[in-house]
Ligand binder design. Structure first.
Ligand SMILES: C[S@@+](CC[C@H](N)C(=O)[O-])C[C@H]1O[C@@H](n2cnc3c(N)ncnc32)[C@H](O)[C@@H]1O
Length: 218
């Protein structure tokens, strides 16, 4: 029986679609705008919490940037000298470039790619749990993407305590890694981040809130 269940489990996970393929379809159908609107309250709260460098000039990257709306928000900050948007969906990035032809956007699947220059601020909304090993992505972000003294702020709506999100992998037929708040916190600390804080923002009667993890690189 155990072997049978293992086989069923591996067959289901083998037939999962790539998240980037699903989100390309969303971009083609114009659903990226609805996602932007749906995430706006959480992202604004994250940017308040997330320790954007307030005074000095800083560089920023948005990982899993979708149509690039957070990049354009950050670019409005006159202290932000460079902002890069990274996403594995061709259609999302092509949309970002149509909206903002001067913006800097890169189509690439993660975790395979890493930047040649590090950043002072990393933002990411609703991306990390699509990875099979988000813990090692956090390590890579700490080691290879962030300058010393830089901050990461990442938000996720799919996490163990948020029961309403448990059927999303089947609904979208996409892999999602389901971790608890304590497991995400441990992953941040294990990755090397200091001053790690966990928050739940934009909660309502029907929503437990976006889980936000913030941390600094020494
Ligand atoms: C839920 S959407 C969020 C988009 C954007 N952050 C927002 O809030 O509107 C997740 C994004 O992550 C991207 N993504 C998922 N897995 C990826 C991977 N392995 N490499 C690069 N991008 C990925 C998808 O293409 C998609 O645009």
């Amino acid at each position: 029986m155990d072997i049978f269940l293992e086989w069923v489990g591996s067959t289901v996970s083998m037939s999962r679609r790539e998240a980037t393929e699903v989100f390309s379809e969303w971009a083609e159908k114009g659903k990226d705008k609805g996602m932007e609107n749906g995430h706006a309250a959480s992202v604004h709260a994250m940017l308040e919490l997330g320790g954007i460098p307030r005074s000095d000039n800083y560089s920023a990257v948005d990982i899993g940037c979708g149509n690039g709306w957070v990049c354009r928000l950050l670019a409005q900050d006159e202290s932000c000298t460079r902002v890069l948007g990274v996403d594995g969906s061709e259609a999302m990035i092509s949309k970002a470039r149509q909206i903002d032809s001067n913006g800097e956007y890169k189509v690439t699947k993660l975790p395979e790619w890493m930047p040649s220059e590090k950043f002072d601020f990393i933002h990411s909304m609703e991306f990390l749990y699509y990875l099979h090993d988000p813990q090692s992505m956090l390590k890579q972000l700490h080691e290879n993407w962030l300058n010393s003294g830089g901050m990461l702020v990442a938000g996720i709506d799919h996490y163990r305590e948020n029961d309403d999100s448990h059927d999303w992998p089947d609904a979208l037929n996409v892999h999602m890694t389901t971790l608890s708040i304590d497991e995400w916190k441990a992953a941040m600390i294990e990755a090397g981040f200091i001053d790690v804080e966990m928050h739940q923002v934009a909660a309502s009667e029907s929503f437990l809130g976006t889980l936000v993890m913030c941390g600094k690189k020494n």
